[in-house]
Design a protein around this ligand. Sequence first.
Ligand code: DGI
Ligand code: FE
Ligand code: FE
Ligand code: FE
Length: 187
Amino acid sequence: DLTREDLMQKVSEQMSDKRFQHVLRVEKKALELANNYQIDKEKASIAALTHDYAKERPDEEMMDIIQNEGFSRELLEYGNAIWHGILGAYLVKTELGIADQEILDAIMLHTTGAKEMSDLAKVIYVADYIEDGRDFPGVVEARESAERSLDEAVSYETYNTLTYLLKSKKKIYPKTLETYNYWVVSH
Ligand code: DGI
Ligand code: FE
Ligand code: FE
Ligand code: FE
């Protein structure tokens, strides 16, 4: 198995120092949440360190993977904002040898969320949003909600993200709507 040091080395090679610092802050926040909500800390660390592994891959390479490795062609209508989690899980598995499906799912869902998310996936989704370097309208409320409940934090983040996407007329990926319909609309 890769040690945390090995993993940090491999991840840092894939991205700018600025983004790597974000990754380390996501890990710090994910460990805090894992501690508060009794989630496996080693899994939280690995998932946090690898969640943005594919964020800086060239679009051409990502489009090749979509076309040649069995991903839905529908993905080609989106960009790296959507690709890097879904293809990131695939690349983390094939290039880093991480096989734990719960970790891979957390990476895969970290941008869009999903109806069904493990507690680990919720932790990564939320930690990415509220890590100490984030500064946007609503981040304080998002951090407060994460103190109260993981599900409330997922709901708050999902509402805010969809509102932002609509306001800026971005294309909504169906999974993002699935997350909204389940976690924001009362059920
Ligand atoms: O990779 P990070 O910047 O740390 O954060 P992220 O992976 O959570 O989000 C990346 C971007 O993806 C963020 O600006 C919001 C955006 N996003 C989330 N859902 C959708 C989306 N963009 C589009 N176009 N459609 C979506 O459904
Ligand atoms: Fe990301
Ligand atoms: Fe996120
Ligand atoms: Fe991130």
